[in-house]
Design a protein. Structure first.
Length: 184
């Protein structure tokens, strides 16, 4: 059965550590309180996460830091979009942003996560999945405090990398000037 709209969003494009997580969502019913994941509290996102999973056809794609380093962001994003299209049959695929990364049949919508309920739902599934992973991996690497900054580039995170070096979930291809050796 082909559904109307599959909303797609990702979490973790910008961090220097951890996976990039994509979600594609076709809602089977309207869900009260859905909004852009960045505008919701962690508690509200967690509550909506289960409701969305139970009332949707969805697919989550994980892209590892190693794959990002090896193939680059654009190729990884295109791969995730293609996988979601292959797993979920819909009439329209709406992706948050301004590029379809060369994937046919994807319509982009800037700030789509605050305009289209299906994209908002996808943003919640992607963000909660990634945040849960970063809290869990913090147990293996407590010296980086991943549970707090979730792998994003914060002053604290940069200082911890300077102190401890990179670990296996850091994206080595990301070059931060704060971590480059200086001539003087």
């Amino acid at each position: 059965m082909e559904m109307e709209i599959c909303g797609i969003d990702e979490a973790g494009r910008g961090p220097i550590a951890g996976p990039m997580v994509f979600a594609g969502v076709v809602l089977l019913k309207e869900i009260e309180g859905i909004a852009d994941s960045k505008k919701l509290s962690a508690k509200k996102r967690e509550a909506l996460f289960e409701e969305i999973k139970n009332n949707s056809i969805h697919h989550i794609v994980w892209i590892s830091p190693e794959e990002i380093d090896k193939k680059g962001l654009s190729a990884c994003i295109a791969k995730a979009l293609k996988e979601i299209k292959n797993k979920i049959k819909a009439k329209k695929y709406l992706f948050d942003g301004n590029s379809s990364f060369g994937v046919e049949g994807i319509t982009t919508i800037v700030k789509g996560d605050s305009k289209i309920m299906e994209i908002s739902a996808a943003s919640i599934l992607a963000k909660v999945s990634r945040d849960r992973y970063m809290v869990e991996i913090d147990k293996k690497y407590p010296m980086y405090n991943f549970k707090k900054h979730k792998g994003y580039i914060t002053k604290e995170h940069i200082e911890l990398i300077k102190k401890h070096g990179y670990c296996e979930i850091h994206r080595k291809s990301y070059r931060l000037k704060e971590l480059q050796p200086t001539l003087f």
